[in-house]
Design a protein around this ligand. Structure first.
Ligand code: GLA
Length: 691
């Protein structure tokens, strides 16, 4: 197959991810602003209007072709690129760059018809048919082959097109399939992981219920459960699904790289997505990209958005790409509320405040038909005579004011553990003392008080290096790895502070209870042990008294560890219930640091007191200590400059914030000294006078 010349002479190393992203920033000359563009849904005349309006709104990049497989390859091997050539040329002539997508998320009807084995079989045994999207089994060799063909054809045609600035591989990788071919891949994955059937049997503890395998052919995907399933098998299946999807991404990425290695290649992640271990995925991406749709009908949906944004920044420790958000309403819930005036702007700056270098939307122009016909767009059905357009246009033209913050990074003293193995073990396997854990919610509960106290927070995984942090929060990490225990021990001995909540450290990597129990993995660190886990009865609450100056009283519910202090001191005791008088919270000194262990679910105010109190003890300063909880504050820094972002999430209340430094409010264009006032949903970006 003929290939265009690669611009890099042989022997020159491939560009790094950081170089590719830096080149994109330089090319765009500011924050990327734009969205998904689906011109295949419209006549040519509309394309011209699109481009004109894009220019008016300050759009500098669009994502093209995400769902265009059927329009690009109407029959197997027959390509109709002419329309896309025209669109690419048109965009280029208007100075708009293209983030070109491989369209492999939505295979065309001919593919499903000719090769029905590519359609995913779901856990209940039903086949997910054509007519939606994501209708592919990631393990299907035919699907992978057809995806490679269209990817190569696109790369061959457009790699050298001057509009091309970035590759967008597929879209929101997601399906879990239980096809016969998935079992073949699962087996191969297990053979690579364990080497021998004996090792697999040990890891899966198969002597229980006589599940011993004597032939690899007996091992298959855990579909259609008729009874409780083997928890190690379920956990490995989650890992496998994530890896199978990642293989699809890597295969397409490597094809486009063959043609050019200087452009960023990414795919878009989803909010708290459980089928893909994004820590692992991030290593394969040039930048982390996120699609996020906080519910504008929920007043505090900005909190979980903040956590998602911090997670995205932390995954690569670098500025990230806000790939999709809604200009206003979405179309996926029962009631789809609009973003009220100012909310889209506030949410967009919020993403930038947490490290994004882009503000992109799904989508540019609202579709007239299809499931998402009422999903908002930068250009709504009512065109420029609409509130949303006015806000989008104003925002696009305002964004260059903060251009200097582009590429700036953040560093935090506090880290919160967010790990997919911990998540899967806690929620995807059954048979726990309580089977209702909601991992993202638990992490959010621990994160929220730190956010509301205006502390910067990073997220870390079991594989992270903790050495740069002063405080670590471990929310309910039932599974914990050997490597992390060693890292944690180093961290605490070196002076780190850890706050760890109940039911953590219980099992190892293969979901077997660590001995001596409990929590085998953390017993030395928490300085105590649990002889039994006691989930609470419905509506049962317990009094808890802290051993602080005032002997403060609070309550707890949902769970109790029957906790015994060993080397630890008791920081709080129960004041009611069957464990009345017994330890609820421990504190254990380890080396130069200490571990606070919470053996129950404290009421939110008490949890907040523990977390912010420990931050204070660790000498970590809040960015704006007196600001109200609904004002978010973050810092981004670059060589010689510091930018304070303040976002007021209240729809009704203005907020006056005392500033940590004097500087220039870049959006208002005024100098600010001691304090500034934010209107409801108001934003300020203060560039420090002195760096
Ligand atoms: C996702 C998808 C888009 C669109 C939006 C809005 O993020 O990637 O194709 O469906 O959601 O619902």
């Amino acid at each position: 197959m003929p290939r265009p010349d690669n611009p890099r002479p042989a022997g020159i190393p491939l560009a790094s991810s950081a170089e590719r992203m830096e080149a994109l920033r330089t090319r765009l000359g500011g924050f990327a602003f734009g969205g998904d563009y689906n011109p295949e849904q419209w006549d040519r005349a509309v394309w011209r209007e699109d481009v004109e309006l894009m220019r008016r709104a300050g759009v500098n990049i669009v994502t093209l072709g995400v769902f265009a497989w059927a329009s690009l390859e109407p029959e197997p091997g027959v390509f109709t690129f002419e329309w896309m050539d025209e669109v690419m040329d048109l965009l280029h002539s208007a100075g708009i760059a293209v983030d070109l997508a491989t369209p492999t998320m939505a295979p065309p009807a001919w593919l499903s018809q000719k090769w029905p084995e590519t359609l995913p079989v779901m856990a209940d045994g039903e086949t997910f048919g054509f007519g939606n999207r994501l209708h592919y089994d990631p393990s299907s060799p035919v699907y992978r082959e057809r995806a490679a063909i269209i990817t190569r054809a696109l790369a061959e045609r457009y790699s050298r097109h001057p509009a091309l600035a970035m590759w967008h591989i597929s879209n929101e990788y997601g399906p879990t399939a239980y096809n016969a071919e998935s079992s073949v891949s699962f087996r191969a994955w297990l053979q690579r992981e364990y080497g021998s059937l004996g090792a697999l049997n040990d890891a899966w503890y198969t002597r229980f219920w006589s599940q011993t395998y004597t032939d690899w052919a007996q091992v298959d995907v855990p579909a259609v459960p008729r009874s409780w399933m083997n928890p190690a098998r379920q956990l490995d299946f989650k890992r496998f699904v994530s890896d199978a999807l990642l293989e699809c991404f890597v295969a397409e990425r490597d094809i486009v790289r063959e043609y050019r290695d200087d452009l960023p290649v990414v795919t878009n992640f989803m909010r708290f997505y459980r089928n893909a271990d994004y820590w692992k995925w991030a290593r394969e991406e040039d930048a982390v990209a996120l699609d996020i749709y906080p519910n504008p009908g929920e007043e505090d949906s900005w909190v979980s958005a903040a956590l998602n944004f911090d997670l995205m920044r932390s995954l690569k420790g670098a500025p990230w790409v806000l790939m999709e958000q809604a200009a206003s309403a979405v179309s996926q819930w029962k009631v789809n509320n609009v973003k009220r005036p100012g909310m889209m702007r506030a949410g967009s700056y919020q993403a930038i405040a947490h490290g994004s270098d882009t503000v992109l939307y799904f989508q540019w122009r609202a579709s007239r038909g299809g499931h998402e016909r009422f999903h908002s767009a930068m250009l709504p059905h009512s065109g420029t005579a609409s509130r949303t357009w006015v806000e989008v246009e104003a925002f696009g033209n305002e964004l260059p004011l903060i251009k200097d913050a582009l590429g700036a990074t953040s560093r935090s003293d506090i880290a919160v553990l967010f790990d997919w193995d911990a998540w899967w073990a806690l929620t995807e396997t059954h048979g726990l003392p309580r089977n209702e854990f909601d991992y993202p919610q638990l992490v959010t509960d621990h994160y929220r008080p730190l956010l509301e106290a205006h502390h910067g927070v990073d997220l870390v995984s079991f594989d992270s290096d903790l050495s740069g942090y002063r405080m670590l929060v471990i929310p309910n990490a039932y599974l914990i790895t050997d490597r992390f225990i060693a890292e944690l021990t180093r961290f605490v001995e070196g002076g780190g502070v850890v706050v760890c909540s109940f039911f953590s450290g219980v099992v190892d990597e293969v979901n077997q209870v660590r001995q001596p129990a409990y929590p085998g993995g953390l017993r030395g660190l928490i300085g105590g042990y649990v002889d039994e886990y006691w989930p609470a009865r419905d509506a049962e609450t317990f009094g808890v008294r802290f051993d602080d100056d005032g002997g403060s009283e609070s309550t707890a519910d949902w769970w109790q560890d029957s906790l015994h202090a060993e080397s630890a001191s008791v920081r709080a005791v129960y004041t009611s219930g069957l464990l009345d008088g017994r330890a609820a919270v421990l504190e254990n000194a380890v080396g130069d640091g200490h571990v606070v262990y919470l053996g129950t679910r404290l009421e939110p105010a008490a949890l907040a007191r523990v977390l912010t109190g420990e931050a204070e003890r660790a000498g970590i300063r809040s960015l704006v200590p007196d600001a109200p909880a609904h004002v978010e504050a973050t810092l981004r820094e670059s060589a010689g400059a510091r930018f304070l972002f303040l976002v007021n999430h209240s729809e009704t209340d203005a907020a006056t914030v005392a500033l940590p430094f004097a500087g220039r409010d870049l959006l208002a264009g005024t100098d600010v000294e001691d304090a500034l006032t934010l209107a409801p949903l108001g934003v300020a970006v203060v560039r420090a006078q002195h760096s």
